[in-house]
Design a protein around this ligand. Structure first.
Ligand code: UD1
Length: 442
């Protein structure tokens, strides 16, 4: 079936001929959601910091450009970046970086420490709901920053950030990171309660500690950070990407193949592995990675996305694809983002049976109860999929479209591939090496 790509129809696209099982081995790249934040953390010192295992993806490129635009020097040696912020020369982030991704907001702490002021354009990132930044700003205000917003810019000023006790109204990943970067050099001890504790944040805490910070994760999602006078250079290796690992694991299961995912870490995938075990996807944990296989048939499940250590919202999209092939009715309740099912429309055109609901389906009520957001879905399977022309709306949806095309009967054309290349390193090469029939048109 041919459907008209909605937008982004210009430019490069993937042509995918479905039906091949994916077999072989891939290595997981460095985690996007750790690498990009850690590049920003390097601005907290004038010494060079070396980050290893940086993935070659669009979001890293955009972050590097953003930092270079502020005068930062970056020496790139394959996956290793040495970042020197001694030459950081402005507190204003160019408007050209507005709406590209959500990294600029994390610059607030480093820029305040260096200049007493940060000017940040309005934010971008995936279109998956309104994505407000009130939690970031309230925390910074509590630390003594003054925030104003005018002409598409936030201006944040603070002669000195002071330590305080902050309780987040929701464990936001970005806000937790933002406040951590502000707190490491603030005067006194900052407590961030009801904070996010995702593995990527833990990894960034490890970088900060290597740079000289005093930072600890205590009971009940509480970060305790004793401000220090100064941070120094360090060498740090970015953790493997648990979203990429899970995505390829599902690709093996859905195409009837078997893929060894080198560097996939059980630690970071506990809730994912529990979920696929219930569905019936076989896997074997090995010392250097995880082997994902496939089964003749899969079972339906009820799943709710949640903050870590719950089932991650970025696993939801490939997981929904998996459920389209399960025998019966599954329920997915998205509790992190209110609008993260828009991508299912194209999957329905390919033959998937997915119904969206505004109720909290599943076992618990979330903050989107009675708010009319289509944040739950019912997936009925198994359904064969037909090839289609589809346009990727956001990064994680992109992988599920690729999965759909890999399973579909016929040739699919996928546009909007910049979205997927923002977050998955060498995705085409990795897919091809596993036997996928996929090519790119310029
Ligand atoms: C990060 C990840 C993203 C992941 C998400 C949740 C990066 C680059 N992106 O996004 O892949 O899906 O965590 O694990 O690391 N919120 C507010 N006010 C705020 C901040 C957030 O209401 O000030 C809300 C958001 O609208 C959303 C929820 O909190 O509904 C979670 O957002 P957050 O954890 O901040 O996600 P990001 O850091 O944007």
């Amino acid at each position: 079936m041919k459907t008209t790509p909605k937008n982004n129809s210009q430019g490069r696209s993937y042509i995918v001929r479905g039906g091949n099982p994916l077999n072989g081995e891939i290595s997981v790249s460095g985690a996007k959601n750790a690498a990009t934040k850690q590049m920003v953390a390097c601005l907290l010192t004038s010494d060079p910091v070396t980050l290893k295992n940086i993935p070659q993806i669009g979001d890293v490129e955009a972050t590097a450009e953003l930092l270079e635009g502020l005068g930062v020097k970056i020496e790139k040696n394959d996956q290793d970046y040495t970042i020197s912020a001694a030459s950081l020369n402005t507190s204003k982030v160019s408007a050209a970086f507005s709406r590209k991704n959500r990294i600029p907001i994390l610059l607030i702490g480093p820029l305040l420490h260096r200049f007493g002021e940060a000017r940040i354009p309005m934010l971008g990132g995936c279109k998956i709901g309104p994505r407000p930044i009130d939690i970031h700003m309230q925390g910074l205000e509590k630390m003594g920053a003054e925030v104003t917003c005018e002409d598409g810019y936030y201006t944040i000023r603070a002669k000195e950030l002071k330590a305080t006790m902050i309780e987040l109204r929701f464990p936001s990943v970005g806000a937790t990171e933002n406040l951590m970067l502000a707190a490491v050099l603030a005067k006194g001890t900052t407590t961030i309660a009801n904070a996010a504790i995702e593995p990527e944040i833990m990894d960034t805490a490890k970088l900060l500690q290597a740079m000289g910070a005093i930072i600890n994760l205590e009971a009940n999602r509480t970060w305790v950070i004793e401000g220090v006078e100064k941070l120094n250079g360090a060498v740090h290796e970015v953790i493997p990407d648990r979203i990429e690992a899970a995505s390829f694991g599902i690709a093996a299961a859905l195409t009837g193949g078997s893929v060894f995912i080198r560097n996939a870490r059980q630690n970071d995938l506990l809730s994912f592995l529990n979920a696929i075990r219930k569905v019936g996807v076989p896997f074997t944990i090995q010392s250097d990675g995880i082997l994902f296989g496939s089964a003749e048939s899969y079972k339906p499940v009820v799943i709710e996305t949640d903050v870590h250590p719950g089932f991650m919202t970025d696993w939801q999209q490939p997981f929904v694809m998996l459920l389209t092939q399960a025998n019966g009715v599954s329920i997915v309740h998205e509790t992190i983002f209110e609008d993260r099912f828009g991508y299912t429309e194209s999957l329905k055109q390919m033959g998937a049976h997915i119904q969206l609901h505004s109720d909290c389906l599943g076992s618990k009520e979330c903050r989107y109860k009675h708010q009319n957001y289509m944040h739950s879905c019912i997936v009925s399977g198994p359904t064969p999929l037909k090839a289609a022309d589809i346009c990727i709306p956001d990064l994680r949806a992109g992988f599920s479209y690729l999965l759909a095309a890999l399973m579909a009967d016929g040739e699919s054309h996928i546009t909007g591939i910049d979205h997927i290349e923002r977050g998955y390193e060498k995705i085409l090469d990795k897919m091809k090496s596993l036997g996928a029939d996929i090519e790119v048109t310029e």
